[in-house]
Design a protein around this ligand. Structure first.
Ligand code: HEC
Length: 127
């Protein structure tokens, strides 16, 4: 390999490695706006909101994330993971509002806000 080409290949590899490292280090929750990230769950830890959240989960979420919330082991992720544990309640409510349609997660912005908080309370209760 000539030196010029070797240098180009070396730099390209270093760049790709850096991009991969950054992708691995940044979490889903890094892009949550600060005010959403800091929001607290007004319905946290109410036993009624756990059971209300469980019902909403059954109706809207179970079909993809499964009844025990461990996902399908493929594209539909488990909701009992360190990533969920490390999220704030505000992160989770924000994500439910946004969804990620490009990757198959619908937006739940049409649900009343209280129902999203009940879902967050439910998700916390099963960790
Ligand atoms: C049509 C299938 C589908 C339905 C219904 C669905 N989800 Fe998802 N969900 C997904 C997929 C696919 C992903 C992964 C998206 C991605 O990687 O960005 C996801 C991701 C998530 C995540 C982020 C997980 C993580 O580790 O980052 C949460 C939280 C979540 N869903 C909660 C819910 C809740 C709560 C409901 C019900 C209101 C729901 N989902 C309904 C398919 C679905």
């Amino acid at each position: 390999m000539n030196p010029q080409l070797r240098r180009t290949v070396g730099l390209t590899c270093a760049f790709i490695a850096a991009v991969l490292l950054c992708a691995a280090a940044s979490s889903r929750w890094d892009r949550v706006p600060a005010k959403d990230h800091a929001r607290t769950n007004p319905l946290a830890a109410h036993p009624e909101s756990i059971s209300a959240g469980a019902l909403i989960y059954k109706e809207h979420c179970e079909q993809c994330h499964k009844s025990d919330a461990t996902g399908d082991g493929h594209k539909k992720p488990s909701l009992r993971t360190d990533r969920i544990k490390s999220a704030t309640d505000g992160d989770l409510e924000w994500f439910l509002r946004q969804g990620d349609l490009a990757h198959g997660m619908p937006s739940w912005s049409s649900l009343p806000q209280a129902q999203r908080w009940q879902l967050v309370t439910f998700l916390r209760s099963i960790q």
